[in-house]
Design a protein around this ligand. Structure first.
Ligand SMILES: [Zn+2]
Length: 191
């Protein structure tokens, strides 16, 4: 996996360490822990199935994508839809791990880059690597910048310039377009 972009200044590392210590002391409500666990277990199977799938094994037609994805995944990933705010279980996930594309398994974001934006959609201040996502203006009249997966060109969400340090960016991503794999689970599956 690509962690090489996560280069932090010493100050930022100490801030993050303080934050993580504080987070450890103030454990999340059990409801959130269970939600994270359920997401983790439910998504793990599918992501291990699709992860790293070569381009030539991806669906080629929209009817194949329809069979591959759930109705909501198809609406977001293939039709640029938006999930209702506050509905994604991934909003509550903060354990160490990687958020992958629900369509093709490409690694897109890391928990280290996730933050609580209060918007109701999973939010990140950066992608896991420059090449993981493609950003482009959505249309001539729409000033929003669309974020798509570089692996399957699936629609993920948008990026705005009102995010936190160190990038100032807010990747506002539909949770339904993502799968989450905890780092521990990934180690287990490799053993
Ligand atoms: Zn993808």
């Amino acid at each position: 996996m690509l962690y090489s972009r996560c280069v932090f200044s010493t100050d930022l590392v100490s801030v993050l360490e303080d934050f993580n210590r504080a987070r450890g002391l103030n454990r999340q409500p059990l409801r959130h822990q269970l939600a994270a666990h359920n997401v983790h277990t439910a998504k793990k199977q599918r992501s291990s199935m699709s992860k790293g799938r070569p381009d030539n094994e991806q669906p080629e037609t929209e009817s194949e994508w329809r069979r591959e994805l759930s109705g909501e995944e198809y609406r977001v990933l293939r039709e640029s839809g938006t999930e209702p705010a506050g509905t994604s279980d991934l909003l509550h996930v903060d354990e160490d791990g990687v958020f992958e594309c629900a369509g093709c398994g490409t690694d897109l974001f890391h928990t280290d880059q996730k933050y609580v934006s209060g918007t109701g959609w999973p939010s990140f201040w950066d992608a896991i690597a420059d090449e993981a996502v493609i950003t482009q203006r959505e249309g001539l009249l729409d000033r929003r910048i669309e974020v798509t997966c570089s692996g399957c060109r699936g629609h993920l969400g948008h990026v705005f310039n009102d995010g936190p340090d160190p990038t100032g960016q807010r990747y506002c991503i539909n949770g339904v377009a993502l799968s989450f794999t905890a780092v521990d689970a990934e180690r287990e599956s490799q053993e």
